[in-house]
Design a protein around this ligand. Sequence first.
Ligand code: SF4
Length: 264
Amino acid sequence: MQGVIFDIKHFAIHDGPGIRQTIFFKGCPLSCWWCHNPESRNIELLCEETTDMIDGVKVNSSNIQGNKYSIEEVVKEINKDVVFFEDSKGGVTLSGGEPLIQHEFVKKVLLECKRMEIHTCVDTTGNISSDVIIDISGVTDLFLYDLKHIDDSKHIKYTGVSNSRILRNLKLLDELKKDIWIRFPLIPGFNDDESDLLRMMELLSKLKHTYPISILPYHKIGSHKYRRYGIDYKMEGINEPTENQILRVHNMFTNAGFVSTVGG
Ligand code: SF4
């Protein structure tokens, strides 16, 4: 069995507690307008044709994004960072894309981490079958759970999929008493409408447990990739949020009694 992995980040400090190794799986069922890694959404290892301008000259090249790894190869990578996990109370985070598309391989990695007594995080869009969520919940210490928009029609417009399964799985994880960090990508004009935010808070307040919320301000890093890979870029002219816009949303969450942080 092999996993299709886009990238492995060592010494990650924003993907869960402590120092982590974040393993980015290739493939995603969403197509968010603001995605920083649009070339990672396809699970296939395709040869991508790219065009760069070097000193005003067009240079065409082709390269393959990602690699196939066996479980043994992933464990070898994880072992490189074990000493940092121990010192910082960190661990391994499986991210993507949507890692749970490759849930059989992901579960094996999580089981290996458990065998080595390493803390595990899964960073998920939640847009996956409930059976998969239940299956991996027993070997996952913490879920990083993306909530992009509470309004279903806007969610469909900006990500290409409905949020109904995402919200159902969030409730399911809550019922399973799992630890969750909510991750909210803040995109001005897209998901910072006051009434939408109030609806999101209402939903979160109905969960049995209270979870910290990380506000992730949209940034334009990665926009050049759309040109590079010839993908339609829909965020042209959309600005990164100002400090005041971030503060406003942060205050809304904290005033409503949630633990809210910016970034991470
Ligand atoms: S969920 Fe993440 S990886 Fe998937 S399209 Fe959206 S931003 Fe990109």
